[in-house]
Design a binder for this molecule. Structure first.
Ligand code: HEM
Length: 499
């Protein structure tokens, strides 16, 4: 592991206390300084020796079925017969356990071994973060890995275990990107999301409603290009095509584990049985790559001269961190945040609009990340034998076994959260509320911990929480309230700010 004592890119620039939105009618209130310790000089605490479990060891229930057939059957249940939530909940009932054996999609013929031990409660799930016990090599997308032809021939940072030398170098590169461009984040967010709200207003005026997803995609990509690379995509050869190319490129990587809602007889053979050939997306990917290469010279200089990385490897990683990790994350998180806040009704809107700097806003963002974690699946492989505990039992995990966690069940664990299935906007307000933050796990780690080169926690953790808050700031500086269509992210009205 590279020593990191000299490098120190503080991410405290993304602290909420650095939000400088000015409004005469809504002056920012002083907020309690929360020190963000996302520095790469920090060492994680040494994990204490394993305490003997207070529960007797129970055999891990469940089985993998017959070769090929068991995995195929589980895949049918997961996508078509039951759906994700029911797939897990029915097995929790059947085995009377939140830890059990199952197969995870895709199975045959894409993944060579679909067998996993599923961890489906808030107590056992964090075993996936403990890099002393588990290995995170090539498990970012689960029991299969997309072809490296889709990423310039490189195994990208998200696929590297912290024990691999390039993990530290590449994670430092992402920390550098966030720190180097920090002064551009707020103004560019404001510019891009003003455009988005104007587009939504025009659409609602014309058609009575507007889906957030298209305008959000355009705003997110413009924001990231301008904030991180200082360029407006529309002024380059890429034009407005970024979001569409990214959506297709991500589809080529994730098609084995998603459903597009097509009829089973078409979708299952097409998406879940063989990998789509990567040459089909090569021309689009090359356009994205050229865009990043042409607009990141100073960041690539840092990668080459200070971190000792090859320029093209660094550039493929910048592209991935921006387009997959960040754009992909925002594509899920922002519509979810707007849907949940929209559905919570005018009382919450009024409270947020009156006091957009107060702890309620932070709590709302954490609650959205808890109830709908944008990346719901995490995998890790046991490096040694160890014991995993659920609330009511202990299970012996063997070296080499693949562990899988479905995060919504961990973060909606009724043994940890009251009214766990409900969106409670002020859940994390106050001293007692803040104590629960350690159970918010969207970043592949507890919300109370920080990404470092030694762990696999999301490098953009503070950035993501910041932009979630910024979205609410933009929304409630501009509007008093808004309505959505049922439980979708389709906006049907926007009520302009009146105070
Ligand atoms: C809503 C937005 C985001 C979400 C939901 C998200 C979520 C995650 C999750 C769950 C992981 C761990 C995956 C695993 O190992 O199983 C991860 C890793 C990572 N994320 Fe994020 N992320 C977001 C935004 C960002 C941003 C803004 C950046 C940086 C610009 C970023 C960079 C990374 C990197 C580099 C890793 C790999 C870390 C490592 O290898 O140690 N992400 N992210």
């Amino acid at each position: 592991m590279t020593s990191s004592s000299t490098s120190h890119f503080s991410l405290s620039c993304f602290s909420p206390s650095n939000l400088h939105f000015s409004s005469q009618t809504k002056p920012p209130k002083p907020v309690k300084q929360r020190v963000i310790t996302g520095t790469i000089s920090e060492k994680p605490p040494i994990s204490p020796p394993e305490k003997p479990s207070k529960h007797p060891i129970r055999n891990i229930p469940g089985d993998y079925g017959l070769p090929l057939i068991g995995a195929w059957k589980d895949r049918q249940d997961y996508f078509y017969n039951q759906g994700t939530d029911e797939f897990f909940k029915s097995r929790i009932q059947k085995y009377q356990s939140t830890v059990f054996r199952t197969n995870m999609p895709p199975g045959p013929f894409i993944s060579s071994n679909p067998n996993v031990v599923a961890l489906l409660d808030g107590k056992s799930f964090p075993a996936l973060f403990d890099t002393d016990k588990v290995e995170k090599r090539d498990v970012f997308t689960g029991t299969f890995m997309p072809s490296t032809d889709l990423t310039g021939g490189y195994r990208i940072l998200s696929y590297l275990d912290p024990s691999e030398p390039n993990h530290a170098k590449l994670k430092k590169l992402v920390f550098f990107l966030l720190s180097y461009r920090r002064d551009h984040v707020l103004p560019e967010f404001h510019a891009s999301y003003t455009d988005m709200f104007e587009a939504l207003e025009a659409e609602i005026a014309a058609n009575g409603k507007a889906s957030v997803s298209g305008p959000n995609d355009a705003a997110a990509f413009n924001f990231l290009a301008r904030a991180f690379y200082g360029v407006n995509p529309n002024d380059t050869k890429l034009g407005p095509d970024g979001p569409t190319i990214i959506a297709l490129w991500v589809l080529f990587q994730l098609h084995p584990i998603i459903s597009l809602g097509l009829p089973r007889l078409i979708e299952d053979p097409l998406l879940h049985t063989f990998s789509l050939p990567s040459f089909l997306i090569k021309a689009g990917y090359n356009r994205l790559y050229d865009f990043f290469f042409e607009n990141s010279a100073q960041i690539l200089d840092h990668a080459e001269n200070t971190l000792g990385l090859a320029r093209d490897e660094a550039c493929h990683n910048l592209l991935f961190a921006t387009c997959f990790n960040t754009f992909g994350g925002m594509k899920i998180f922002f519509p979810s945040l707007l849907k949940l806040v929209g559905g919570a009704g005018p009382k919450l809107h009024l409270d947020l609009a009156r006091e957009i700097r107060m702890p309620l806003m932070k709590s709302v963002v954490y609650e959205a990340l808890r109830i709908e974690p944008p990346v719901p699946a995490q995998y890790a492989k046991a490096k040694k034998d160890f014991v995993v505990e659920s609330h009511d039992a202990a299970f012996a995990i063997k070296e080499g076994e693949m562990l899988y966690g479905y995060q919504p069940l961990a973060t909606k664990d009724p043994k940890i959260f009251d009214r766990a299935e409900e969106f409670i906007p002020d859940r994390f307000v106050g001293e007692e509320g803040e104590k629960l933050l350690k159970h918010v796990l969207w970043s592949n780690g507890p919300e109370t911990e920080s990404p470092s080169v030694e762990n696999k926690q999301c490098a953009g953790k503070e950035f993501v929480v910041l932009i979630g808050r910024l979205l609410l700031v933009e929304l409630f500086l501009r509007y008093d309230s808004f309505e959505i269509d049922g439980t979708t992210d389709v906006v049907t009205s926007l009520k302009r700010a009146s105070f």
